[in-house]
Ligand binder design. Structure first.
Ligand SMILES: *Cc1c(COP(=O)(O)O)cnc(C)c1O
Length: 477
């Protein structure tokens, strides 16, 4: 096959796609950059190719293969229809620099998604630009900074609970503030007395995760947001745990000034392995002047981009953000509807409590309150057998299950953070519980079984430090 033929095929394969202007010359790669010889690709039949890829696809663990209770990550089922809508040619073959009148459909989808998200958290304005939760945090805390700059207030610190995700203090630093640790009480919730003490005029606000990373709902949340507001501060909700709150309570009602969504978690985009993500940020009216540009606006007839936002923190992500993740979230929201949202949170809360209550007498439950959509056990009991939580995680792989999140949150030693999500059946939960009980039994009867696990995965236990320090990203050297 010659180079010329390959390009011919590409061109004809794009039937139906019309460029905005017809005077664009057909694209031709200069010969010097073309392939000079026939590539020695293996000649194999279709069934062989299918088998190759099907077998490859199950070497690693993923949600389509089995249970994936990775706490804080909301590894729920990703409906296949999301993939269909996000692959519609009308969405995949547009260019971010196309004239606005040719992308009205995409703009209307983003605008409507923004409206849905605002309603879900009861806040006033939104940006869809951030490409992940962490970037959403950075966006919002930068807006806090702009707010205090406008008021000529040189506040230095943002409070971050000791149970928070590591991205919180990182975002604080990136936005030009310094993080100040807010300790938790013995019950795992914010220590309110300590908050009152730390909330000085030097403090710009608080980043709170609710439910927190222990899966516990901050019962005093309204009091907490009031304490910060009374001192002129702002309060941010890390919305990564939104799967627990849908249709039940709203960030705006709890007193938060800003919140990020992790569309890839709560609204179902496959995100194992680090992407793609989308972290829209919704804010209260007082922060609207600082939102990134451009804002998508509508006059009821068409959609336009508004760059005329004088106090905006600027652009924080190229073009519109991760548009196809937005298409998936939009599809998901349209399908589940308002009532469905509530069912999602109720099921995820029920599923998490079912697991935690079934395992709390076997493993240790450091914070005994009922949890929300996830719960945290400790593998501390296994220390007597010379075993760690890491060994449980590796042994789970032998049973074809992914491990929970381990060693996080940092305030629980040997933590096992379990998030079953809403989309798992009782049979799956029972199976996981049974496997966890079996592993506990193995730990006393035959600790080596855990110590040397996994036994039946394509790659056995890695030296994780060496794997990072001596990174090899090629199959063969
Ligand atoms: C996942 C997560 C984040 C960060 O979100 P990304 O989309 O991964 O950047 C922040 N906080 C909590 C509690 C999280 O679980």
């Amino acid at each position: 096959m010659t180079v010329e033929l390959i390009f011919e095929q590409t061109r004809t394969g794009r039937k139906g796609y019309s460029l905005p202007s017809t005077d664009v010359p057909a694209y031709r790669l200069p010969n010097a950059y073309g392939r000079q010889m026939v590539t020695p690709l293996p000649e194999v039949s279709e069934p062989q190719v299918m088998r190759h890829f099907v077998n490859l696809s199950v070497l690693n663990h993923h949600v389509d293969k089995n249970f994936y209770p990775l706490g804080s990550c909301t590894m729920k089922y990703n409906p296949k229809i999301n993939e269909e809508t996000s692959r519609l040619h009308g969405y995949t073959r547009i260019h971010p620099l196309q004239p606005l009148h040719t992308i009205q459909g995409a703009l209307s989808l983003m605008y409507e998604l923004g409206e849905y998200l605002k309603a879900i958290v009861n806040l006033d304005a939104i940006t869809l630009q951030p490409a992940a939760g962490a970037q959403g945090e950075f966006t919002a805390i930068s807006m806090f900074k702009a707010h205090f700059n406008t008021k000529n207030e040189a506040r230095k610190y943002i409070l971050v609970p000791d149970s928070a995700h590591g991205t919180n203090p990182a975002s604080v630093n990136f936005s030009g503030f310094q993080p100040l640790t807010l300790p938790s009480s013995d019950n795992g919730l914010v220590n309110v007395e300590k908050l009152i003490e730390l909330m000085t005029p030097e403090v710009a606000g608080l980043m709170l995760t609710n439910p927190n990373t222990l899966g516990l709902f901050e019962k005093n949340v309204k009091r907490i947001t009031r304490i910060v507001h009374d001192k002129g501060g702002l309060v941010y909700l890390d919305g990564a745990n939104l799967n627990a709150l849908l249709g039940i309570t709203k960030a705006g009602d709890m007193g938060f000034d800003a919140v990020h969504f992790n569309l890839h978690k709560t609204f179902s985009t496959p995100h194992g392995g680090g992407g793609p993500g989308s972290g829209p940020v919704a804010v209260r009216q007082n922060l609207q002047p600082y939102l990134p540009v451009p804002a998508i606006v509508s006059d009821g007839r068409s959609y336009q981009l508004n760059f005329d936002v004088p106090n905006s923190i600027g652009k924080i992500q190229s073009f519109y953000g991760n548009f196809l993740v937005m298409v998936r979230a939009y599809t998901y929201l349209r399908i589940v509807g308002k009532d469905g949202l509530k069912d999602i949170s109720r099921s995820s809360i029920l599923n998490a409590n079912y697991i935690i209550q079934s395992l709390k007498d076997d493993y240790l439950l450091p914070y005994t309150d009922y949890c929300m959509h996830e719960g945290v056990l400790s593998g501390r009991k296994l220390k007597d057998a010379g075993l760690r939580t890491l060994d449980i995680a590796k042994r789970l792989l032998d049973y074809g299950l992914h491990a929970p999140t381990i060693y996080f949150p940092l305030i629980v030693s040997e933590a096992l953070m379990i998030e079953p999500t809403d989309s798992e059946s009782k049979e799956t939960l029972d199976h996981f519980i049974a496997v966890m009980k079996t592993i506990l039994k193995e730990s006393s009867e035959n600790p080596d079984l855990l110590k040397n696990a996994p036994h039946n995965t394509p790659v056995r236990r890695l030296d994780e430090v060496k794997a990072i320090k001596d990174l090899k990203i090629r199959w063969k050297t």
